[in-house]
Ligand binder design. Structure first.
Ligand code: EPU
Length: 427
């Protein structure tokens, strides 16, 4: 794994960004589709518009570790997966321990090999206590046995069958994982309280092309009729709405004007309304989305919630933008209990962010000053890059790996917009 790289982003702030940026394919759809492609026992799957990010590389390594032949043609942003021979049910500890999406490989391993072993359990990305109980309880309801040992999790099944499942909260990955497990389980599966994120719908579109029979996507109630087999197909992954919104916020925080290619206003949803309230202007020019900000930013209220609510993944970036707003912004995080690591880092840069339990108050406007800051997780990392773009002097955001987990070619794309940013060894 390349997580040992001691790289960081060196950002020299101050210039308003101008120009065109290409939005990457959606991370949170791509990871599921890589896992889902292992459900096809013959033929080769072709995935297009795959983001060239570290999390995708980890998913490719996991697929290879269980025996799939996977080629990531990075220049073409295309993955070709041949899963006709899976050889091992073991998801190795050095990846699964730190990569929560590892659990998405369980359905394919169960169907193909009758067993999945998560060596070393499953890690996450420092967002507080992130449980996977809905996944395991769902697999059990479908007929699997789950042994959660101290050092590994072992899931076994002679054959899954349809069942009635209920999610206590509309878990994004939980919904996708249980749909995958149910797709090849004979009989009817009903899943209540499902996630409605656009990525879930894209994963359903991909599985449906493979031959799965799924209805209710985009509602809170999904039914899956098990089929005998799924085939290898070609699919183009939807644009990454978090990546698109982060670049919109780069225009907002620097007072610039950016054309986004590959962004959909429909996917931005409430994020668009919130940024407009802050003084950001959006205009569609055919298929290109224009974003600019030239007025003083106004403060904002944000409460994160499952789609169509404000995405938790954008809570950190909008916190960075609020530092420049004229007044106090109110942020409440309702999805994860540990997603305010950014506050302390922004305060090192001169911000005034107060955190009490699930609420953060951002007292603006405060000028930001460059310094060394820590990317505790992916979205904290990209939010600090945004802060660095608006700060005076030099900001160093490390480890760069956290940013690279989820956003492709950040330095190159921002440089093309006129930013002064490099990713380099930081010792
Ligand atoms: N939860 C449980 N039990 C479960 C599953 C979830 O209690 O079995 C709880 C979690 O602890 C959390 C909440 O439910 O408090 C929501 O978790 P969810 O399962 O919806 O999150 P996820 O599927 O693990 C995905 C994205 C996250 C994104 C969330 C919310 C992927 C690979 N990850 O995680 O993305 O924040 O949905 O939209 O799809 C990111 O991209 O930076 C990122 C963290």
């Amino acid at each position: 794994m390349s997580s040992g790289h001691q790289t960081g982003y060196r950002v020299q702030g101050g210039s308003p960004l101008q120009g065109t940026v290409f939005v990457q394919g959606a991370k949170n759809a791509a990871l599921k589709m890589i896992a889902a492609s292992l459900l096809a026992s013959k033929g080769r799957t072709v995935l297009r518009n795959v983001p060239v990010i570290e999390d995708v590389r980890r998913a490719v390594e996991l697929a290879q570790a269980v025996g799939a032949s996977v080629k990531f043609h990075e220049v073409e942003r295309t993955l070709v997966v041949d899963a006709s021979e899976l050889t091992s049910p073991v998801l190795p500890a050095e990846i699964s321990r730190r990569f929560r999406a590892s659990v998405l490989f369980v359905p394919a391993l169960l169907h193909r090999l009758g067993e999945a072993v998560l060596e070393g359990g499953v890690g996450g990305c420092n967002l507080g206590s992130r449980l996977l109980d809905f996944h395991y309880r769902g697999f059990a309801r479908l007929g699997a046995t789950v042994d959660e040992g101290e050092h590994e999790i072992r899931v076994k099944a002679d054959g899954l069958r349809g069942a009635h499942l209920y999610l206590d909260t509309p878990s994004h990955t939980g919904t996708e994982n249980l749909i995958m497990a149910a797709s090849l389980a004979p009989g009817l599966t009903v899943i209540d309280n499902t996630a409605q994120e656009p990525e879930v719908q894209d994963v359903i579109a991909f599985l449906s092309k493979m031959g799965a029979r799924i209805s209710g996507g985009g509602t809170g109630f999904i039914t899956v009729e098990g089929v005998r087999e799924l085939s290898a197909v070609e699919h183009t992954i939807m644009p990454d709405r978090v990546d698109a919104a982060v670049f919109a916020m780069a225009a907002a925080i620097t007072g610039g004007e950016i054309s986004l290619v590959g962004a959909s206003l429909d996917h931005l949803g409430v994020v668009r309304w919130k940024l407009e309230q802050m003084g950001v202007e959006f205009a569609t020019q055919g298929a290109v989305l224009q974003v600019r900000r030239d007025k003083q930013l106004r403060p904002i209220n944000v409460v994160t919630s499952p789609f169509p609510g404000f995405a938790t993944d954008l809570q950190s970036p909008i916190m960075a933008v609020s530092c420049l707003a004229d007044g106090t912004s109110y942020i409440r995080e309702t999805i994860f209990d540990g997603r305010y690591m950014l506050a302390g880092e922004l305060n090192k840069m001169g911000a005034k962010v107060e955190v009490a339990d699930t609420v953060a108050l951002v007292h603006g406007p405060t000028p930001l000053h460059g310094t060394e800051v820590t990317a505790h997780d992916l979205r904290t990392g990209i939010a600090l890059v945004l802060a660095g773009l608006a700060a005076d002097g030099e900001t160093i955001v490390s480890p760069g790996y956290q940013v690279d987990r989820g956003h492709a070619s950040v330095a190159a794309r921002l440089t093309a917009l006129g930013a002064n940013i490099t990713e380099e060894e930081v010792g």
